[in-house]
Design a protein around this ligand. Structure first.
Ligand SMILES: NC(=O)c1ccc[n+]([C@@H]2O[C@H](COP(=O)([O-])OP(=O)(O)OC[C@H]3O[C@@H](n4cnc5c(N)ncnc54)[C@H](OP(=O)(O)O)[C@@H]3O)[C@@H](O)[C@H]2O)c1
Length: 332
């Protein structure tokens, strides 16, 4: 470690809110030091999530980031190089995947510190890029389906009709695949160019969101949805409502003020149809479950594009653009 510690590392950071991709700066910083329950990981791949650039935009100010300058990025895969004194599960040389706190970030760098509690082992069958895609996007899809929609992913539950909006995106592409592990019929929305792709993920029927039927979210087979895993924005409750089954729920991953109002209204009026805002709570056992599914070939991470750390701003701009098919990955 002595030689490592002496050498600065490459990182990408921003100094204030706003500015998008143009505000990212390439800098040299000291290698971070893991505290007691932390792990120093040599980065092999990082996957971006829209929340990364939304934090830069200031949507959750003043909660995140905790301070400036901020090295963004949370979903990382790499090799353990050093562990804190309290770490028992990992040692130098282990391959891992982790999600770090949005408060501290640190992922867009050659080395990143992760917490032991949200770091899991990565088997050789799962590449760094495939693993890095999983934490926030995969765990959100998993939580929305299991906790939000009550789907049993071992297929033992009663049949449910699920709609996944923006099924071609980071969360949506995992949601379609995970939903099909349960006893579900999946309708999905995406752009015309991704219809065959979304079918290949297992969706039973696919709607082009730019057509009138797609915009109306109408199931081509006339199904009413027991749950909607809502991965895009800008669709009012009045569009969802007629498409829901009697006890249908919309699990909204990007709830704005209108969604919170609708959610509260549905609660106080004892409506059987509900809108449920959902924020992911990452859990290592669920991340292990997803990594294992990838290892077994039951879940795949589709990579939209890979960008070198030296061009991280291109990856950032691509995510802001909102047209990724699967996950955007940055590699050192
Ligand atoms: N609550 C949470 O804890 C949580 C966690 C993770 C993510 N999120 C949120 O969930 C949302 C989705 O995240 P993500 O990572 O999946 O985003 P993403 O990968 O950037 O999504 C991009 C995809 O969305 C598609 N799309 C855009 N508008 C659409 C529409 N109206 N109908 C159908 N498809 C549409 C795009 O297709 P085209 O290119 O064809 O337009 C593209 O393939 C984001 O708002 C994110 O912030 C929330």
């Amino acid at each position: 470690m002595a030689t490592l510690a002496a050498k600065p590392i490459q990182a990408v950071r921003y100094d204030s809110y706003g500015g998008g991709a143009a505000a990212l700066k390439h800098v040299e910083v000291p290698i971070p030091t893991p505290k007691r329950n932390e792990i120093l990981v040599k980065l092999e791949a990082l996957a971006l999530n829209p929340f990364d650039w939304k934090i830069q935009k200031g949507v959750v100010r003043p909660i995140y980031p905790r301070k400036f300058p901020h090295i963004p990025g949370t979903d990382v895969a790499g090799e353990v190089v050093e562990v804190g004194q309290g770490v028992s599960k990992f040692k130098a040389g282990d391959k891992v995947v982790a999600t770090v706190s949005h408060a501290t970030g640190g992922g867009l760098a050659e080395f990143v510190v992760t917490g032991e509690s949200l770091t899991v082992a990565r088997p050789p069958e799962v590449s760094a890029a495939e693993a890095a895609g999983l934490p926030i996007a995969g765990l959100t899809a998993h939580q929305a389906l299991t906790q939000g929609a009550g789907i049993k992913l071992d297929g033992t539950g009663k049949e449910a009709n699920i709609l996944v909006t923006a099924a071609s995106g980071g969360v949506g592409h995992y949601a379609v695949q995970l939903a099909k592990l349960g006893n579900t019929h999946v309708t999905a929305t995406c752009g015309a160019r991704n219809i065959e792709f979304v079918k290949s993920l297992g969706a039973d029927e696919v709607l082009d969101y730019k057509t009138p039927e797609g915009a109306a979210l109408k199931s081509p087979s006339g199904r009413k949805y027991d749950a909607v895993i809502h991965c895009t924005t800008g669709i009012p409750w009045s569009t969802f409502e007629p498409n829901l089954s009697k006890n249908g729920k919309v699990i909204d991953l990007t709830p704005g003020p209108a969604a919170f109002l609708t959610s509260a209204l549905k609660k106080i009026t004892f409506s059987s149809k509900k809108l449920v805002p959902l924020f992911v709570t990452p859990k290592s056992e669920n991340l292990e479950y997803l990594v294992n599914l990838v290892k077994e070939g039951k879940l795949k991470t589709v990579i939209d594009s890979k960008h070198p750390l030296s061009k991280a701003e291109d990856a950032w701009a691509k995510s802001i653009d909102g047209h990724a098919t699967g996950k955007i990955v940055v590699e050192p």
